[in-house]
Design a protein around this ligand. Structure first.
Ligand code: PEP
Length: 226
């Protein structure tokens, strides 16, 4: 199974180092796959069981993009993994599908492993399952779904950080539909925690999880794998 931790704007460079050391020792004999997305200021070269990825970057080697980082800055820390399309960037930072597809292409052409996030807002979920699938299908516009280094994360926006996960039935049917659009490893994300993880991992077509709040403590995050 794949376990990915998204710190968002939590943790510092110092606390991320401590976190990594703890998680490395907990995970050393695990057969699961681990990814950690710390804030940009905590990116660091790391060799071990846990792969560090960037929560974001601009699709450029370097240049005049105030407040952004590019390939050159990621290369300094041997970062070869990136999160693209997270709903917080789509919604809060108004990233359009066109821009997201451009970013995807750039990092694909540079051989990155991409965790590509998709997810619908509550008003779409409240319509019907067909509308949800149509909405999610549009989030694949311009995306090379055959890219070999692609992992998809289905994260319903209404389930992120709310404590209300999608139901097992919703995850099952949506994951099944997503796999027909893009047959790649598929993570579920949205209020995953110690109470619901066991059931979520049993659902067909769930290949792992992308976790926000419940990943912030390394023991807590690792306990999700047990
Ligand atoms: C996320 O933002 O990717 C996420 C899944 O957050 P949380 O686990 O806190 O819902």
């Amino acid at each position: 199974m794949i376990f990915a931790a998204n710190f968002k704007t939590n943790h510092t460079r110092t606390s991320t180092k401590e976190y990594l050391a703890t998680l490395e020792s907990l995970a050393q004999n695990s057969s699961d796959e681990f990814y950690l997305f710390p804030p940009l200021s905590a990116l660091q070269s790391h060799i071990g069981k846990i792969t560090i990825g960037s929560q974001n970057a601009y699709p450029t080697k370097k240049g005049a993009f105030t407040g952004e980082i590019g390939l050159e800055q990621l290369k300094e820390f041997e970062i070869r993994t990136i999160l693209i399309g997270h709903s917080e960037r789509r919604v809060l930072l108004s990233e359009s599908q066109d821009f997201i597809a451009k970013k995807f292409d750039f990092f694909k052409n540079n051989g990155f492993k991409i965790i590509y996030c998709i997810g619908e807002p509550l008003e779409i979920r409240e319509e019907d399952e067909l509308k949800v699938i149509e909405f999610l299908a549009e989030q694949f516009n311009g995306i090379d779904t055959s890219y070999e280094n692609l992992i998809v994360a289905y994260e319903p926006i209404w389930a992120i950080g709310t404590g209300v996960s999608a139901t097992n039935e919703q995850i099952a049917s949506t994951h099944q539909a997503i796999k027909t659009i893009c047959d790649k490893p598929l993570l579920y994300g949205g209020s995953v925690n110690a109470a619901n993880i066991k059931d979520i991992l049993k659902i067909p077509n769930v290949d792992g999880v992308l976790v926000g709040s419940a990943s912030l403590d390394p023991q807590n995050f690792f306990s999700l794998t047990k």
